[in-house]
Design a binder for this molecule. Sequence first.
Ligand code: PRP
Length: 180
Amino acid sequence: MGSEPFIERVLFTEEQIDARIREVAALVSARYSPNGVRLIGVLKGSIFFLTALARAITVPVKIDFLSISSYSERRGAPGMVRIEKDLDESIEGDDVLLIEDIVDTGFTTRYLLQNLAGRGPNSLAICTLLDRSVRRIVKVPIEFRCFEIPDRFVIGFGLDYRQLYRNLRYIAVVDKDSLG
Ligand code: PRP
């Protein structure tokens, strides 16, 4: 574990992630007891977190996914987000928890909160594995977070570098230059 040469340091081990997800799952279960919650995963980064969280939640859980595309600043449209793949089911009247792997600038989360709020859920909240709040540009309310992280590039447990390394069981800081 963590022996790859490009890994600068392991931020959170598999054991630490597992323990923290159980803690957060207990909070989520208490919040949504007894009726349950609809988890909405934002593809692709959130799938590892969503499945781990869902298995540790003790109230009824429904799952749906959406995917978005965002336009980077250098392409001239900072913070612009649109839905590429929408949810399969209606969320009207549901208690909805949006599941993210990471919240950075907050643009994605703000857009999704506004979009989903327009569909008439009973409640809508955010749960993120990682919060890199030092990069925040727009304020977003985050009800559940597992870890706050420093302003470094991280991979693992869903987070990628050029679509690779999502399946690492731990979360690590990498030096992008050494990844090639
Ligand atoms: C990441 C993450 C969030 C978004 C957060 O997705 O999953 O959706 O960026 O960034 P923001 O707070 O600055 O808007 P990414 O575009 O890396 O896609 P992926 O999940 O498929 O890796």
